[in-house]
Design a protein around this ligand. Structure first.
Ligand code: HEC
Ligand code: HEC
Length: 333
């Protein structure tokens, strides 16, 4: 009987995944370094320049906010506010995900609309609810007038400030925002005591009864695919269609990328709209089989889990063991 249930889970899962062109990845430790494109090799000077840009409010139209304003080092390079606040207090529609380990993701954003960190980094500059610059060129012109940037871009790239080079330097810095060596990684590598007995039980639940691994798999604990969980719609948008806005496939309505779970203890609130404050609330949500969606795309993988109070605690204890070594001081101002 047990085996039949297990098989049917696999069958349902495979259906979903084949449809999504994604596969469950093995649960493995974080690789020591992320992929680096040949067109943007890492150099210490480029990383230092990217770090300077990441923390510099001069990137925004009126000098008020930097990338770190919404990706705060103290909040796991995510935003503790449910939705981000841009220049002049404008509220965006979504919660800022962590920039930590984003370098390992194939695509960026909740809807996967950016293909690389280089491409992603340029987006916020002209986003009307983020840095609000009228054009990319206006940012370039501003930075060219600042002697430090004028000099540094020459040293790093052998040429003047350009929009592509801004993206490249920031991306190079982001490729150093890695958090290896979590208790979970050490456990996977054979150090059985790295996880508390409760977290070990939580890991078994994660892979079994609680079904989390059906979507949260691979080194980042995400299938990098899109699902509709019926997360309650909060905040400024009346409905967020998610991936549909990019793919225009009706089957993608209300779907968002499976969140990577590393450092999740630091990045409250949770989900694309910051609907939940605590991991306990997230687990309660899954325990009920997810929420109600206005779209007919809710994921059939979600179903009531019948977790006991104790099991919920164990699952949260496992999630707490996904915190990595804090990004070294040299990566922060
Ligand atoms: C006003 C707040 C705000 C600012 C400023 C901002 N971001 Fe973001 N960032 C967000 C939000 C919100 C999202 C998610 C948006 C979405 O998915 O639609 C995001 C997404 C990202 C992601 C994708 C991560 C993932 O898991 O897919 C990266 C990387 C990132 N930002 C880096 C940056 C960089 C670099 C800058 C500066 C150039 C920056 N952000 C400026 C709010 C902000
Ligand atoms: C059907 C696929 C699926 C399953 C099964 C699943 N998740 Fe998720 N998870 C997602 C998606 C998709 C999101 C983002 C949803 C959104 O924001 O609308 C997410 C988001 C999360 C978040 C929020 C992270 C953040 O940074 O905001 C946590 C925590 C989480 N899941 C934990 C779990 C746990 C624990 C389980 C098992 C009880 C589980 N998930 C089962 C797909 C899944």
């Amino acid at each position: 009987m047990k085996r039949m249930i297990a098989l049917s889970i696999v069958a349902v899962a495979l259906n979903g995944w084949i449809g999504e062109k994604a596969m469950a990845q093995p649960l493995v430790p974080l690789p020591p370094s992320p992929p680096v494109p040949l067109s943007n090799l890492q150099t210490p000077a480029k990383v230092a320049l990217g770090k300077k840009l990441f923390f510099d409010p001069k990137l925004s139209v009126n000098g008020s906010i930097s990338c770190a304003f919404c990706h705060m080092p103290k909040a796991g390079f995510a935003d503790p506010r449910p939705v981000s606040i841009g220049v002049g207090g404008k509220r965006g529609g979504r919660n800022a995900p962590s920039a930590l380990n984003a370098a390992y993701l194939d695509r960026q954003f909740w809807d996967g609309r950016a293909g690389s960190l280089e491409e992603q980094a340029i987006g916020p500059l002209t986003n009307p609810v983020e840095m609000e610059n009228p054009t990319n060129q206006s940012v370039v012109d501003r930075l060219r007038k600042i002697p430090f940037y004028h000099r540094s871009f020459r040293e790093v790239f052998g040429g003047d400030v350009s929009i592509d080079r801004i993206g490249e330097a920031i991306a190079a810095y982001e490729r150093t925002l890695l958090t290896p060596n979590t208790p979970y990684d050490r456990y996977l590598m054979g150090e059985k005591k790295a996880l508390s007995p409760s977290a070990q039980k939580g890991f078994l639940l994660f892979k079994g009864k609680a079904r989390c691994v059906l979507c949260h798999s691979g080194a980042l604990l995400t299938d990098q695919s899109y699902h509709n969980l019926g997360v309650p719609q909060m905040g400024t948008l009346s409905t967020d269609v998610g991936r549909y806005a990019i793919s225009h496939d009706p089957a993608d309505k209300g779907k968002f990328r499976t969140s990577p779970l590393r450092n999740v203890a630091l990045t409250s609130p949770y989900m694309h709209d910051g609907a939940f404050k605590t991991l306990k609330q997230v687990v309660d949500f899954y325990n009920k089989g997810g929420g109600k969606s206005p779209f007919k795309t809710k994921d059939p993988l979600l179903q009531p889990l019948h977790l006991t109070k104790q099991e919920k605690i164990e699952l949260v204890d496992f999630l707490l063991a996904l915190n990595g070594e804090t990004v070294s001081q040299k990566n922060q101002p």
